[in-house]
Design a protein around this ligand. Structure first.
Ligand code: 6PG
Length: 246
């Protein structure tokens, strides 16, 4: 990593969202001037909802025609299902902005999660115009943190965590009441130019502390260590309440 992680504490999720909108504007502006396009991967979950609403409110500031949006993960359900990340983000964000359909890259829901992951990997490779074995370099990836330390759909103890050869992986959860998932893999996340973790609520404080302060932590979110990019932890006062420095 070329730079230590940056840990920032905000009053609440609204302030975090305001910060991310500002950074998104800067990063996307730079990317569009430099290479003509901006690429971002978004998370599901509840935490980014206020951000998506703010992006809609300030939609006039962004070059949506030059923005390519992927998802960091998806549950293996149709987009119309309330558990679908794409469905949730479409309702709260995409349908309110003027973005060409071909700029949106949902995880395709195929016969099974393995096939979906393989197709998503192909979509990533062709969208980024990659040669065989190369890894996409996103301008920005937004991640959440689960109570068990998962991020994207990289859960503790699952095979997907060790995936080095593929850009996307199927996640078959041992608990059969949980939906299978598809996730982008650690090599893709760690190759991003900017990674923003967003976490809110005191119920995340212990997990956040472990991820930020325990250098030997094996929790999936602690394995996010960008090669060259910048890593930000953006937390509200609750999620950051157990950190030693604050
Ligand atoms: C998902 C996510 C997942 C999420 C965390 C945190 O599909 O649910 O991508 O990794 O970011 O579980 O979720 P909350 O924001 O709801 O706490």
């Amino acid at each position: 990593m070329n730079k230590e992680k940056e840990v920032l504490i905000f009053k609440d999720i609204e302030e975090i969202s305001g910060f991310v909108v500002k950074k998104w504007l800067e990063i996307s502006g730079r990317a569009v001037s430099k290479k003509g396009r901006f690429s971002v991967a978004l998370s599901g979950g509840r935490t980014p909802l206020p951000l998506y609403k703010r992006l809609v409110e300030s939609k006039g500031l962004f070059r949506w025609d030059k923005t390519d949006i992927f998802l960091v993960d998806e549950r293996f359900v149709p987009y119309s299902d309330p558990e679908s990340n794409f469905g949730m983000i479409r309702e709260n964000f995409f349908r309110h902005i003027n973005i060409p359909a071909e700029n949106l890259h949902p995880v395709p829901i195929e016969e099974d999660a393995e096939l979906s992951a393989a197709r998503y990997g192909k979509d990533l490779a062709s969208s980024f115009d990659l040669t065989a074995g190369a890894v996409p370099q996103f301008d920005l990836i937004l991640l959440g943190i689960g109570h068990d330390g998962h991020t994207a759909s990289l859960f503790p103890g699952t095979q997907a965590l060790n995936e080095k050869a593929h850009l996307a992986a199927a996640v078959i959860l041992p608990d059969i009441s949980k939906k299978n998932r598809v996730t982008i893999t650690l090599p893709v996340i760690n190759n991003s130019d900017n990674i923003f973790f967003m976490a809110a609520g005191a119920d995340k404080a212990e997990t956040v502390k472990e991820i930020i302060e325990n250098r030997d932590s094996l929790l999936p979110a602690a394995m996010v260590k960008p090669e060259k990019g910048r890593l930000f932890f953006l937390m509200d006062e609750g999620a950051g309440s157990l950190l030693s420095k604050f």
